[in-house]
Design a protein around this ligand. Structure first.
Ligand code: CU
Length: 190
């Protein structure tokens, strides 16, 4: 019986493979060359626009286009700070409700991306749903710059995936340098 319980526990830990754990709250990380770097710099004040969130998201997207898991992790942590510092007080009731719905989910995905330097495949899995969250946020609350909603039909065994881009030119964050130009603009957001 004891061994049964023990193996059940081991199995449970095995299933919890998404690694965020204690690492997600760390504000610094050691980079490849051994230098200490401040990664999650919290914006100094609360923000009433989505600009900070979009900036962090774009930084993350651009890191993934370059297959750069380290910069993606840094941007993921920065996105958490941007989400946390967003000030909901200027939103109307419907927007505030939408923001609350998006916030928890987006924060979770950003945390997994931040904690998974070294596993860009997993970062991209989280980036897919995160992109939907940021899209919904821009739709509900509004953005501060022109954005393009782009579809890659090939990602995830041709299931496809979307992302937001600040440029019209296609630079694919899912396939990276392997296939940078795969994708079509589906929608322009102002
Ligand atoms: Cu994960």
């Amino acid at each position: 019986m004891k061994t049964l319980i023990l193996s059940a526990i081991i199995l449970l830990f095995g299933i919890t493979s998404c690694n965020t754990g204690t690492k997600q709250n760390s504000t610094s990380s050691v980079t490849g060359n051994g230098t200490e770097q401040i990664t999650a710099k919290a914006p100094s004040a609360t923000a009433s626009s989505t600009e900070g969130i979009i900036d962090s998201y774009i930084k993350l997207k651009n890191a993934l286009t370059q297959d750069d898991d380290q910069d993606a992790a840094i941007a993921g942590k920065e996105l958490i700070a941007s989400l946390d510092s967003f000030d909901k007080s200027s939103l109307n009731e419907a927007q505030a409700k939408e923001y609350t719905d998006i916030y928890e989910d987006a924060r979770e995905h950003a945390a997994h991306i931040g904690a998974n330097a070294g596993n860009i495949k997993h970062q991209r899995e989280h980036f897919e749903t995160l992109s939907k969250d940021v899209y919904d946020l821009v739709k509900a609350v509004g953005g501060t710059q022109k954005l393009y909603y782009v579809n890659c039909p090939m990602y995830n065994d041709n299931k496809g995936a979307n992302w937001l881009s600040e440029i019209k030119e296609i630079q694919n964050p899912y396939l990276g340098k392997q296939m940078p130009e795969c994708g079509t603009v589906k929608e322009e957001l102002n």
